[in-house]
Design a protein around this ligand. Structure first.
Ligand SMILES: [Zn+2]
Length: 260
């Protein structure tokens, strides 16, 4: 997708879509994919852009789940790419509870890969990533100051989305997941009240292009009503898949810290 100041490439990762934003003087990676996606990112850069992966000046981690944070530490050690994430990310998988949650999340991610008819690949990754840049709400990105960070907790405590105002473009990570054409809540929503606030916050923006980690590129004339409509799902009773995911979630020390 060619926009005024950059080109957006979509790399089909093991589980999620990974977006590579190409500028003349560098590239920005919107989520690092699974640990096994490092090779896919490398191949894509060389085959389709004809640039080395070390031209990526920044890798964003929208949240710590295996299909978003898995490749980050490996990309940094292999190509020297700095990592940027919300300030609290390394609390999510810390301690005994966090360590258990990390393993459960890797196990659930393998289940998603299997459901998508992917072969089994390596998915375990370093649960603590020590980001080089730690974000607060409403900061701009280092190196790419045309992008702003918005803190949008709900799915986890530390989810961020990235907004490019001039291009009316939003990368939303897992804030909405499109499954078979249906716009669904991410699994799990650990903090429903905060999720509702996050949808309200996103509804106040006016993106015409929404990049989704699960569901591809969504062009819309009415993003506000999409985000507001997601709030209705928050009050609906969980189905059996949701109940199963909730049983396997909730071990992160961040859940206790939030008093949930
Ligand atoms: Zn997630």
């Amino acid at each position: 997708m060619n926009l005024h100041s950059f080109t957006i490439h979509v790399i089909e990762g093991y589980i999620s879509s990974i977006y590579l934003v190409e500028y003349d003087d560098g590239m920005l990676l919107l989520d690092s994919g699974c640990v096994n996606d490092v090779k896919r990112i490398d191949d894509y850069c060389k085959q389709f852009i004809n640039r080395p992966p070390s031209d990526i000046k920044l890798a964003i981690v929208s949240h710590m789940h295996p299909d978003h944070a898995g490749g980050a530490a490996a990309l940094r050690s292999k190509y020297g790419i700095p990592i940027a994430a919300y300030k609290d990310v390394d609390r999510w998988y810390s301690g005994l509870g966090g360590s258990l949650q990390h393993k459960l999340d890797c196990y659930m991610a393998l289940g998603v890969a299997r459901a998508n008819k992917r072969n089994r690949e390596r998915i375990l990754f370093k649960p603590i990533i020590h980001p080089d840049y730690l974000f607060d709400d409403l900061q701009v990105l280092p190196f790419f100051n045309d992008w702003a960070v918005l803190h949008t907790p709900g799915h986890t405590q530390h989810d961020i989305v990235l907004y490019h105002q001039q291009e009316a473009l939003l990368y939303i990570g897992d804030i909405i997941c499109a499954v078979k054409g249906k716009m669904l809540l991410p699994l799990p929503v650990m903090f429903p009240a905060q999720m509702e606030n996050s949808y309200n916050k996103l509804a106040s923006l006016n993106p015409t292009t929404i990049l989704m980690a699960h569901g591809g590129v969504n062009q819309t004339e009415n993003a506000s009503s999409l985000f507001l409509s997601m709030k209705e799902q928050l009050s609906q009773p969980p189905n059996s898949l949701m109940r199963r995911v909730y049983r396997l979630s909730g071990f992160s020390p961040e859940i206790k810290r939030q008093g949930m």
